[in-house]
Structures are given as C-alpha cells and as structure tokens.
Ligand binder design. Structure first.
Ligand SMILES: [Zn+2]
Length: 56
C-alpha cells in the first residue's frame, strides 16, 4: 500500500506506507516550520495510490 498527499503548497508527497508519515513530517518541518500534524491527521488527508506510483 502506498499513499499520496497533495500539500497546500503544491508539493505532492508519495511514499510507501512505512515511509509516508515520516516523509510528510519531514516536508512540513523543512517547508512549513511550525505546522505539525499528527500521524492520524496526516492519514486523514492522504489518498491511497498504487505502489507503482512511488518513485524513488
Ligand atoms: Zn508543503
């Protein structure tokens, strides 16, 4: 399972399940200091995507 989140800044974050929350939190920390979302909040905003959508 993989997930995608389209950040309001326009960044599209896609990652496999295990990497997804840390990757979103890393984006928030580097691009949106002060914005801190819990894992639950991130997963509520996320959409599932096929694993092949993940590029590394
Ligand atoms: Zn962003």
């Amino acid at each position: 399972m993989a997930y995608n989140l389209r950040c309001p800044c326009g960044e599209s974050i896609t990652a496999l399940e295990d990497d997804f929350v840390p990757k979103v939190q890393a984006h928030l920390a580097s691009e949106h200091p002060g914005r801190d979302y819990s894992e639950t909040e991130i997963m509520m905003m996320a959409m599932t995507v096929p694993d092949r959508a993940v590029k590394d």
